[in-house]
Design a protein around this ligand. Sequence first.
Ligand SMILES: NC(=O)c1ccc[n+]([C@@H]2O[C@H](COP(=O)([O-])OP(=O)(O)OC[C@H]3O[C@@H](n4cnc5c(N)ncnc54)[C@H](O)[C@@H]3O)[C@@H](O)[C@H]2O)c1
Length: 468
Amino acid sequence: MNSRRDFLKAGLIAGATYSVVNGLKVNAQDASAGKTATGAPMLGFACQPLETVRVGVVGIGSRGGAMISRVSKLPGVKVTAICDIEDAKIANAKASLARQQQPEPKVYKGPEAYKALCDSGDVDVVYNTTPWHLHVPVALAAMNGGKHVLTEVTSAMTVEDCWKMVETCEKRKVHCMQLENCIYGEIEMLTFNLVRKGLLGEVMHAEGAYNHDGRHMANDLFPAYQYWRYDWYRDHAGNPYPTHGLVPLCLTMDINRGDRMDYIVSIDSKNVAFADFMEHGLNPNNPRKGQTLKVGDVNTSLIKTVSGKTIMLQHTVSTPRPYSRIQTVQGTRGIICDYPYRIALEGEGKYYYGSGAHDWWDEKRANEIRETYKHPLWKTIGALAAKMGGHGGMDYIQDARWSYCLRMGLPLDTSVYDLATTGCLCELTEKSAGNRSQAMDVPDFMRGAWKTAPKMDVIDIDLVNFEV
Ligand SMILES: NC(=O)c1ccc[n+]([C@@H]2O[C@H](COP(=O)([O-])OP(=O)(O)OC[C@H]3O[C@@H](n4cnc5c(N)ncnc54)[C@H](O)[C@@H]3O)[C@@H](O)[C@H]2O)c1
């Protein structure tokens, strides 16, 4: 079977389509009926292959606008519907599709118009790039309308909302995937590959972050309702954006795949850099001038997993500093870090016990490792992704992967359980930080199924099928 068309034909003739899911054979029809024998029925969930993936985009601001131009270049994907509350955003999206000679999409306009889009027959997938407070209502409407949903980070920010996402997904038997593009970052995928191949030995600790000076965004002169990030910072402490730093580490460390996060402790620094900026850094006519924000300048959390691993997670959007997701992974044979990329392996990866790794490897040796152990997905479409762009290509790889999986009838790379276990940390970090760093239990959204869940596969795209 050489092409996706052959694959589709074979599946239809045989009357059943099988997907190999992390080493397990899943019958797509059984899987879409949710018939699995674990406490996490959406684990390994796959659907019948879609000939063309019809996408409806809700929220076409900076992220949704970029997504439309990226996704409409993917084979087998059509943006058939768009939804926003502003005419200008709708006009931009239409112009972008017209430039790419794509058919005109159906337009939904208004604060609740997403409901009609989710109920319509126009789309298979709802791509949710709305502000944080709309992620859950839009995702629930999509699932209840029988649509798959791909939803931006942070996809659900309270324990209750995370359970709602899990329960609705399980009831409606559709995909619900968090759009965590950083799992497709080149260094994140390299790290995953090195750990799978045993070069770092057994992993016991990792560090991740969203450390990004975002103060300038407070100076954009939006209408008041578009200041949603600052409304959140005004009303909440803790870490509102845990997933960029954390989800790639979870995949590398088998979280929800043999291990799970047990509890988290969190601490907020005082807010002085943000306060100074809100007082002195804003334009004179900015309505937020002088506003008090609850968010700390630096939030730091520690997570302990059931098997005994630890993760340090950080968040700052208000201090003058270079961007970093940290991405340190530490094992019994060595360590890898990003920002900048560095690596040190004991005994050059051979088992010289106790010889140590006292210095970072020099650039030449570090780059040899980077090339030799590049993740297969980056080897396959890394060059194309770098050309297509989006955070150095990882956005393109993300969109290429979910569309490929839907067209091939494969499970998506992360599930609603990954969404819930990481999203709920927004509430848990806020509660812990507000209560002298009291330890907070992370709910078991998989109800025990994590114990036997297979590890993440080394994923790839078969270009023969991708280009059909
Ligand atoms: N993964 C990443 O790397 C990444 C990067 C940037 C942003 N994001 C996430 O993407 C999401 C959007 O961020 P953004 O920077 O594009 O924000 P934005 O404010 O530029 O865009 C939000 C859009 O939603 C629209 N909108 C508001 N209310 C609506 C409603 N009721 N119905 C339909 N549309 C509505 C707004 O008009 C706007 O066009 C956020 O969740 C953010 O965290 C992710």
